[in-house]
Design a protein around this ligand. Structure first.
Ligand SMILES: Nc1ncnc2c1ncn2[C@@H]1O[C@H](COP(=O)(O)OP(=O)(O)OP(=O)(O)O)[C@@H](O)[C@H]1O
Ligand SMILES: [Mg+2]
Length: 458
């Protein structure tokens, strides 16, 4: 005959075990949705106390060096502050019961704390304790610890339950660590990819600018050589025409001679522009103030062309050391272009000046790279037809013109570019079809002690 008492205790035991199992199953399902380590620790502490019937639960996390534990979650009577710990306890590995469990990587049950030499008494007296390590392989991630006011409160069943909780928590911690590593790797990849793309675009633009600069340089060399030789021929032609003038008489002959001399003079102007483009002009640099040059030009354009050019001069503009006649020529060319681009003859253009401190010159915006330093900017802005990107690529080419025969040779801007480069500066162009154009010329500021010669020159 079977013993009815033992049957009752067996079935009660089964019921407790089944309930624990159900709780652990629910626990495993909940773990899947926990998004971060912090939530995980607090969830586990709360569950251990709330559902599994422990009086309290404290969780400690191990540091990467495996030398110390830091309290990261606590639930139960010992923590009246809810989900926060005011002064987290730090326990070195090997110290106290938790430190010893972390070091030995083995769980421990202490039946009577007062008899245990490792017990560090707390404000709340406890008599028994259970502590289980959280670990992946041999690496300790932390410990789960629970105390009880009675002696011998923990047995095999509690050990098994808490070890299962610790195993599930450790597995989830490993997953979260891996997810964190993957997300870091992914972010690194995204950053590296966008840096690479930016670099590619940058390099492509620089290559285009560089090949453009090289193209202009080689045209410059060629036209420089040509202009130089042609200049010599022109000198001979003009000289011979001068000699003939004394020998000839009769109005027709003299008129033919005059036509020849005029053509030679026009040729000389062309040659000067080509020499300027190839940076082979004979320059006479002197310290001058671009505001004064611009004022003169505004006056001249009003007087000679009836054009109003507004001037916005910078106060205390840094003086520059350049060929004054050439800079006047250059400015005249830019004003003439602005005038030609204006839809009506009454449209104004603007000249402005500015002190500019260049820290990194950007090849994308300027015709050539500028050394970091002080520059005076001379800008001419109009509100005329503007230019397409394609035209902007070609405007500095010698003989590029969109003007009708007789109205433009296409050497004005070539000369501007050559002169500015020969003077150590750079040109910036901004233009948009229908919205006008701005040409900015940057000239290096003269050294500070050049002021004296400037005042002498003015
Ligand atoms: N401010 C501007 N607005 C619109 N287009 C311009 C402007 N400046 C220059 N351009 C374009 O650039 C071309 C080249 O200008 P550039 O000054 O070199 O030669 P040009 O004016 O045609 O002839 P010239 O040798 O008489 O100066 C012009 O034909 C015009 O198409
Ligand atoms: Mg022109």
């Amino acid at each position: 005959m079977s013993d009815p008492l033992s049957e009752i205790s067996v079935s009660r035991f089964d019921a407790v075990e089944a309930r624990t199992l159900r709780i652990l199953n629910g626990f495993a399902i909940d773990l899947m949705a926990i998004p971060n380590v912090d939530d995980l620790f607090w969830y586990v502490a709360q569950k251990v106390v709330g559902k599994l019937g422990f009086v309290d639960c404290v969780i400690y996390q191990a540091n990467a060096d495996q030398t110390a534990l830091t309290q990261v979650a606590a639930w139960g009577e010992k923590n009246p502050f809810g989900r926060s710990i005011l002064n987290p306890l730090v326990i070195p590995f090997g110290q106290g019961i938790t430190g010893t469990v972390a070091q030995k990587r083995e769980p421990a049950i202490i039946d009577d704390l007062l008899k245990d030499q490792n017990y560090i008494p707390d404000t709340e007296p406890a008599r028994s304790e259970i502590c289980v390590p959280l670990k992946i392989g041999d690496r300790v991630l932390g410990v789960i610890d629970s105390e009880h006011p009675n002696i011998g409160a923990f047995g095999e069943a509690e050990l098994e339950t808490l070890t299962t909780v610790a195993a599930m928590t450790s597995a989830k911690l490993a997953l979260l660590e891996e997810a964190e590593r993957s997300s870091r790797r992914y972010n690194d990849l995204v950053v590296a990819h966008s840096e690479l793309s930016a670099e590619k675009v940058n390099r492509k633009e620089l290559e285009i600018r560089l090949s453009e600069a090289r193209r202009l340089e080689s045209i410059g060399r060629l036209s420089g050589q040509f202009a130089h030789d042609f200049n010599n021929l022109l000198t001979v032609i003009s000289g011979n025409l001068e000699l003939l003038e004394g020998e000839m008489s009769g109005p027709d002959a003299l008129a033919f001679l005059q036509d020849g001399k005029d053509a030679a003079a026009r040729g000389a102007i062309l040659i000067q522009s080509m020499l300027a483009f190839s940076q082979k002009s004979l320059l006479n640099p002197q310290v001058c103030n671009l505001n004064a040059v611009a004022e003169d030009l505004c006056r001249r354009s009003k007087r000679d062309l009836g054009l109003t050019v507004e001037l916005f001069p910078a106060a205390e503009l840094w003086p520059v050391c350049i060929d004054r006649d050439m800079v006047e020529n250059v400015l005249w060319n830019l004003i003439a272009n602005a005038h030609d681009a204006a839809p009506s003859a009454t449209d104004n253009s603007l000249i402005s000046t500015e002190n500019v401190l260049i820290e990194h010159s950007n090849l994308r915006e300027l015709s050539s790279k500028l050394e970091p330093g002080r520059y005076a900017r001379l800008g001419v802005q109009d509100f005329g037809t503007g230019m397409s990107d394609q035209d902007v690529q070609r405007i500095f080419d010698p003989f590029f013109t969109t003007k009708t025969v007789g109205n433009g040779v296409g050497l004005g801007l070539s000369m501007v570019l050559g002169f500015v480069h020969q003077s150590g500066g750079a040109v910036g162009v901004k233009s948009c079809p229908g919205q006008g154009s701005t040409f900015d010329l940057y000239f290096p500021a003269a050294p500070a002690n050049a002021h004296t010669s400037l005042t002498n020159n003015l």
